[in-house]
Design a protein around this ligand. Structure first.
Ligand code: LLP
Length: 420
């Protein structure tokens, strides 16, 4: 459920017409609903209220500090994968003891910053990384909380680019070999082995892969207990899917019930790292139609948002629903919605039945709240879009539109190529 709906002919977010915001802010523009964001977080978090748990929002899915603050106010933590995400989470006011740090390639400086901030734990992806974290902690005369990210080798049945839990993927340590790695880790004196973690992929539309992964983790948990390790956290990652088109993912309560049922014999704090399920349907991208044309037998609608603003269709062939910001009675045509970028892969929709959009019409690209702005770039020297948060009948700019000056910030022309 989300708070984008039509009032008469106009698309609104909560109690504000999208058109009013776009008129003042220009396009392309990301718009998020505060109510949807907060409700989605609550629904997810409440679904696990029967067990000790922590909901650590996955910062990579939407890292605007205003949005992070909404979840922090609800008691959430943060799942981070870089020094930059740590910085954002702390700026937003996250409790470091609710921050978990995943990722296959953590740099020494990033590890040191995370240790200095006293985060809860690192989800460690290799033995070498364990050694590096141990050495950093030794230098800093403190202990580093760690979980080993294990790769349970289950098929999440999602797009191959966003599947992470198969043994051929680069992520984690093979679950079969992980006992040995844990035992080696016990010899590293500056590590506090706190947990087990795993994340098998994103946009999962069934509960069974999660439960298969959990079954493998449970076996490992038993072995680690037998070996005398005090495992206090089980981090099951993120990955719960949403409806973009006709997918029917489990409701968070269904997902939670299945996990709670399957983990009765485990007594530790569960950590979840949801991203998409919280923010995906809480945000849209608003674009304006620049031109329309027909080439050969194709209709093109050329809009002012491109793959630099929303990469998902180009990268994963993802479907995003497209709606009129003001409904018309126009006849439908089959069209390609494309952006201004100089790449044939720059599109938002292909062969889509859409009302015959015209120049200057506003278009809403739905379900763009997750991996939308965070994957945006300045390709073709396009300033990145503005972001707006709607709350009730008010709206707030949570990120200014970039200006041309932002594009060259940090660039320098050396004297040797001085202007002639
Ligand atoms: N935890 C870890 C360790 C992750 O790698 C991810 C996502 C998450 C949590 C959050 O997963 P979620 O709940 O959002 O599914 N750019 C792609 C998605 C990449 C996901 C990467 N990892 C997309 O636009 O579909």
């Amino acid at each position: 459920m989300h708070d984008f709906h039509y009032e008469g002919r106009d698309l609104w977010c909560e109690e504000v017409p999208i058109r009013d915001i776009a008129d003042q802010m220009g396009t392309p523009l990301y718009i998020y609903s505060h109510r949807t964001l907060r409700n989605h977080f609550r629904v997810f978090d409440d679904a696990f209220s029967r067990i000790p748990h922590m909901t650590c929002f996955s910062v990579k899915s939407n890292s605007n500090i205003a949005i992070l603050r909404i979840f922090i106010r609800e008691g959430g933590g943060a799942d981070i994968v870089s020094g930059g995400e740590l910085y954002r989470a702390l700026q937003a006011g996250a409790d470091p003891q609710k921050v978990v740090y995943s990722g296959v390639g953590k740099k020494v400086e990033e590890i040191e910053d995370a240790l200095a901030s006293n985060i809860l734990m690192f989800n460690v992806e290799s033995f070498q990384e364990l050694e590096v974290i141990n050495a950093c902690a030794a230098r800093m005369k403190q202990k580093a909380g760690i979980a080993l990210r294990v790769n349970p080798d289950v098929d999440p049945e999602t797009h191959p680019y966003i599947s992470t839990g198969l043994k051929e993927n680069k992520f984690g340590v093979n679950v079969e070999k992980s006992l040995e790695t844990y035992l080696k880790a016990t010899k590293l004196k500056f590590l506090d082995i706190k947990g087990i973690s795993c994340h098998i992929g994103s946009q999962l539309t069934k509960t069974s892969p999660f439960i298969d992964a959990l079954d493998r983790l449970k076996k490992l948990y038993g072995r680690l207990q037998d070996a005398g390790l005090n495992i206090r956290y089980l981090d099951l990652g993120g990955g719960l899917g949403i409806t973009y088109n006709d997918e029917t993912p489990p409701h968070p309560s269904e997902y939670a019930d299945a996990i709670i049922r399957a983990s009765r014999e485990i007594s530790c704090t569960f950590i979840f790292e949801p991203g998409r399920v919280i923010v995906g349907n809480a945000g849209i991208l608003v674009a304006k139609v620049l031109y329309t044309k027909a080439n050969e037998d194709k209709n093109f609608i050329i809009v002012d948002a491109g793959m630099n603003d929303l990469l998902r269709p180009s990268l994963y062939k993802s479907y995003h629903h497209i709606q009129e910001v003001r409904k018309t009675q126009r006849k439908e045509i089959v069209a390609y919605v494309v952006g201004p970028i100089c790449e044939s892969g720059d599109y938002l929709a292909k062969e889509r039945s859409l009302p015959r959009f015209e120049r200057d019409d506003l278009m809403a690209v739905m379900s763009a709240g997750a991996y939308g702005f965070t994957m945006a770039s300045n390709y073709n020297s396009r300033p990145r879009a503005a972001e707006v948060l709607v709350a009730g009948d008010k709206w707030h700019i949570i990120r200014k539109r970039e200006e041309y000056g932002d594009l060259i910030r940090g660039e320098k022309i050396p004297n040797m190529i001085e202007r002639k």
